[in-house]
Design a protein around this ligand. Sequence first.
Ligand code: GSH
Length: 198
Amino acid sequence: MPKLFYAPASPYSCKVRMAAAHAGIALELVKTDTNADPADLLQANPLGKIPTLLADDGSAVHDSRAITQYLNRVSKNALFPRNAEKRTDAEKLEALADGMCDSLLSQVYERRFRPEEKIHQPWLDRQWSKVARALDELEAVPPKLTGKLHAGQIALRSALGYMDLRFAGKWQQRRPKLKRWAKKFDQKFPDLVPLLPA
Ligand SMILES: N[C@@H](CCC(=O)N[C@@H](CS)C(=O)NCC(=O)O)C(=O)O
């Protein structure tokens, strides 16, 4: 069974776990503290980041977008549409959701790892403005939740779950359509809800 180095709060790990569950691929979960630089993680991924997957043949797959592509191949296309245009849309949505997570994480790390007097508020504001623009674009035209679920939608649900965890109440303000979208996702895919960032 493939092994996944992960953390419960990590939005990229959450995306990969949800994608694997949806594709029916069982994973052996290895809870990982990246700050401790564990040797088995560094051996699999010199960047020391999670999620990192160890396939059955021992080969490592990272980062999370390479992992969703890998899971899609293993599951014979359970995670991305076959139609080229729709597939690009799904990949773009995954990239947008992950990009929001990159900006969110840089804010969390700025606060977590810098001495308080060195925290640079304009940097935090700039990173949040990227997230806000992406959220506004999604609010204007929320992705459809009809048809087959794909990794782009899973990535978005995971990113919103991460915001609930670390930026509670912030993303929902003035975004009723996106709020309804998340609720509908949870109603349609209740088995994935327990995997949201925690
Ligand atoms: N682009 C990467 C980002 C992964 C990432 O930044 N993961 C965070 C946890 S959510 C991490 O490993 N941080 C530890 C570090 O950067 O040292 C992906 O999509 O997998």
